[in-house]
Design a protein around this ligand. Sequence first.
Ligand code: HMG
Ligand code: MG
Length: 300
Amino acid sequence: MTDRASVYEVSPRDGLQNERATVPLRSKLRLIEALVRAGLARVEITSFVSPKWIPQLADADDVAQHAKPPEGVTFSALCPNARGLERARAAGLREVAVFVSASETHNRKNVNKSVADTLAAFEEVVGPALAAGLRVRGYVSTVWGCPYEGEVDPKRALVIARKLADMGCYQVSLGDTIGVGTPLQTQRILRMMLGELSADRIALHMHDTRGTALANVLVGLEMGVRDFDASVGGLGGCPYAPGAAGNLATEDLVYMLHGMGVHTGIDLERLVEAGRVAESVVGRSLPGKVHQAGVRSLKA
Ligand code: HMG
Ligand code: MG
């Protein structure tokens, strides 16, 4: 087992898109700064989607214009169409992410199109983004299950992941959107994926709705995956996926990785501080385990 993993932080996007109240711009910037201070080198800071669909992120242009990444840090944002790419480029982003679901019903609820039409529409995002020198990441949602259709045939995700990689996405993040995945299922899905894509082109995006996210990450680690999405404090969800409460908490992920001797470049104490910032920004307590336990208690 190599001893490095990369954490892709999604709290300012996946976290805040699901909050009832819209967080003010300055609070979003405070959260992003705290995440960078903790050593997170990849942060998804917002979404360039329709403000009618996701009003919580309607200030995406301002967020991306004000949050300038220091050297070595990459800020990214979701981008469903050409309009989104135009906005991302105007704000100076160097990376964007496209997203599509493995299940038809979730995809329609999320972006109002069939899976085939969504993939076709990416032609106007991925190619032009790459031509403009941006990096593009791809997401496949509902790989472990769909809130509308139940179980999803993993072959659907496989075909989509292959297409995203062929389009030029440097990495495909596989989403357990509603946090239903279990370890043997993860093993089956990854075994299939790893027949198509090398491990460094796969990331895991686990929601922790049922407490199985870390167990699934462990399976991924053992199978060679080294890229994991997480959200500080466990903030997050998907407004078009009922029950998609809470992404895997970044502190829980980093605590486990460090304990296994897998380096991340993240300072866990500062990460816990970033979790406190997240909590104050949303004005409610967050579910992450390490967030709740704190790190100092280890030394007591
Ligand atoms: P639509 O209504 O089908 O498309 O939305 P439209 O082209 O008719 O546009 C509707 C309105 O939005 C128009 O405005 C457009 O101009 C505007 P109007 O003419 O009515 O005033 N619009 C835009 N405005 C700003 N930026 C844009 C943009 N595009 C259109 N880029 C659309 C289609 C895709 C836009 C819409 O469905 C949408 O924005 N959906 C976003 C859904 C979303 O963000 N979901 C959450 C993220 S996915 C997720 O959380 C899962 C993930 O975490 C992984 C996992 O957990 O598995 C990634
Ligand atoms: Mg998500």
